[in-house]
Design a protein around this ligand. Structure first.
Ligand code: HEC
Ligand code: HEC
Ligand code: HEC
Length: 471
């Protein structure tokens, strides 16, 4: 179950004092109350940038002690210990070295980091924010004197300097600069949404070299088992029909009745990071998202939250005519207890309605399948929202691929987009793609990225050697 092992995040809960803080590069830190305010701001930034997602291992790892391995077919890339330990962490880093590691991918000893560390996103961080982060890590994070496992990739991927080639292609080493044509709020939202690598890392599609595809910002992307949908302001393919309050509520809680619930990687992002952002910062993200260029997908005919019948009872009656098929039997045995026979959910909407729900109205069934197979698990504001996954090891029935396809098709025809059909093979493929922790998605693109860098490097070496021979 995704996100379950990260309960340790409670430790990063922010005090209400942070409510007054803004995240963009204002000189607030220097003016307000010296180090305590600076440390608090650094802590807030570390939460907003989700440093712990990689640098703290799930299931009770010590904060920022590293050791989480990003699986790639070439071997694991382990996140570093970034506690202020002088022997195992970054205790000996100067602020300048820290800034270079976070924004340029250059380690204290000069070696290049693999782009599994998202320095390409953090390159936009302002000097003031790097300062606050540095002070927080040095003054408040507890040193842990244990080294995480070393990363050993096979030759030629162990040539860290080949990352210089990759950086030349893909690292845009410029700090965030506000766009004077946009409001201060939209600019702050851009800094949070894109600068801290928040929304685009998942919602913008990428090419095989790991670069985000230009002109497709927030246009939707597959992350393996889950799809991060199109969240541009397009009224058909995106979220143009959502109000600003809907979007705010979704980011803060993960639940907008009659529209959508957050599961999978989105639930993780809300649980560990977004719910702790100040209301002003969340509103800024909303303002930013609502003004990116709208993108329409030709396959979409209606907004995904518009499908299904408002009258659940009628829907249920329609299904009961004739003999019960497998999907209907499973729905009534395994789903209806919570979502009700008519799919209308519970009155308090703790159990959501299945019509007017983006998971059942989308033009791809991925998130519906993933929700059935993996369930939903999200702790927000101290409240645990939980749907069991119908897979091996769960307390509920284990459903076969065919069973999931049957019940999924029942849900689609009665409550969702009836044009979408699920096969057992679709279910098998989603099962294979998940459950994946946040980091696993990096594995998919790290290999082509490294391979590209190495190929370019070897080509350069070859050129030089050939020239020497000739000369
Ligand atoms: C998506 C995963 C991920 C996130 C998020 C992340 N890091 Fe990293 N970081 C890594 C990995 C992996 C490495 C080691 C890469 C390597 O060995 O080349 C690393 C290395 C580092 C290093 C180099 C340490 C050393 O001496 O080896 C620093 C400093 C660092 N990260 C700081 C941060 C900070 C600060 C944040 C939040 C602002 C952050 N990281 C967020 C994955 C991440
Ligand atoms: C770690 C990956 C990840 C990140 C980061 C992320 N999202 Fe998502 N997002 C998803 C996935 C996956 C879904 C689908 C969740 C589901 O249906 O249960 C989603 C769903 C959504 C939805 C609901 C869309 C719908 O039709 O149901 C909105 C709105 C949204 N994200 C906005 C954002 C914004 C704004 C940000 C940045 C502040 C963001 N997301 C960051 C992965 C991510
Ligand atoms: C034990 C109660 C329970 C059972 C049984 C259950 N669900 Fe759920 N379901 C939930 C809860 C709780 C949520 C999440 C609500 C939230 O996020 O606020 C949910 C969410 C969903 C969603 C939305 C997921 C998303 O990512 O947007 C779908 C679709 C869904 N359930 C379908 C099903 C189907 C189909 C079955 C039967 C195979 C089923 N559920 C069985 C409790 C249940």
């Amino acid at each position: 179950m995704i996100g379950k092992g990260r309960a340790a995040w409670g430790r990063y809960v922010l005090g209400p004092a942070l409510g007054v803080m803004s995240m963009t590069g204002v000189a607030l830190a220097q003016d307000a109350g010296g180090d305590a305010a600076l440390v608090a701001r650094g802590r807030y930034l570390a939460t907003a940038a989700d440093c712990a997602a990689c640098h703290t291992t799930p299931h009770g790892g010590r904060p920022f002690a590293g050791g989480y391995g990003i699986a790639s077919p070439l071997g694991s890339i382990y996140a570093a210990n970034i506690t202020p330990s002088k022997v195992a962490g970054i205790g000996a880093y100067t602020e300048a070295q820290f800034g270079r590691a976070v924004r340029e991918g250059i380690r204290g000893d000069g070696a290049r980091l693999y782009p599994a560390m998202p320095y390409t996103s953090y390159a936009r961080l302002t000097d003031a924010d790097i300062h606050a982060l540095y002070v927080y890590f040095m003054q408040e994070v507890r040193p842990v004197d244990e080294r995480p496992p070393a990363t050993h990739l096979p030759f030629p991927f162990n040539l860290r300097f080949s990352m210089m080639v990759w950086n030349a292609l893909y690292l845009d080493n410029t700090r965030f600069a506000p766009d004077p044509a946009k409001s201060a709020e939209v600019n702050r939202g851009a800094y949070l949404a894109i600068g801290l690598g928040h929304c685009d890392t998942c919602h913008t599609p990428r090419n095989v070299m790991m670069a985000e595809i230009g002109g497709k910002e927030l246009g939707g992307a597959s992350l393996g088992a889950w799809i991060a949908p199109n969240i541009t302001p397009d009224p058909v393919s995106g979220i143009g029909n959502w109000s600003s309050d809907d979007l705010f509520r979704y980011l803060k809680t993960g639940d907008v009745p009659g529209k959508a619930q957050a599961a999978g990687p989105m639930a993780e992002a809300i649980e560990h990071s977004f719910q702790y952002l100040t209301d002003d910062d969340l509103k800024a993200i909303v303002a930013y998202v609502r003004q990116v260029p709208a993108l329409r997908d030709a396959a979409d005919s209606r907004p995904r939250e518009s499908f299904g019948m408002a009258s659940g009872r009628e829907a249920a009656l329609r299904g009961v005519s004739g003999t019960l098929d497998n999907g209907e039997k499973i729905f009534s045995g395994d789903c209806a207890a919570c979502h009700q026979p008519g799919g209308q959910g519970s009155r308090d909407s703790y159990y959501p309605q299945l019509f007017h729900n983006t998971a059942t109205g989308a033009s791809t069934p991925d998130n519906l399948i993933a929700a059935i197979v993996e369930g939903v698990d999200r702790t927000v504001g101290g409240q645990h929202v939980f749907m069991p996954g119908f897979s091996h090891g769960s307390y509920v029935d284990e459903l076969s691929d065919q069973d999931v396809a049957d019940v999924g098709n029942y849900v689609l025809t009665h409550f969702g987009n009836p044009a979408v059909k699920i096969s057992a093979a679709d279910v098998a493929s989603i099962r294979h793609g998940g459950p994946k922790p946040l980091l696993a998605r990096v594995g998919g693109y790290i290999v082509p990225a490294l391979a590209g860098a190495v190929v370019v490097l070897l080509a350069l070496v070859g050129l030089v050697v050939a020239r020497r021979r000739r000369g």
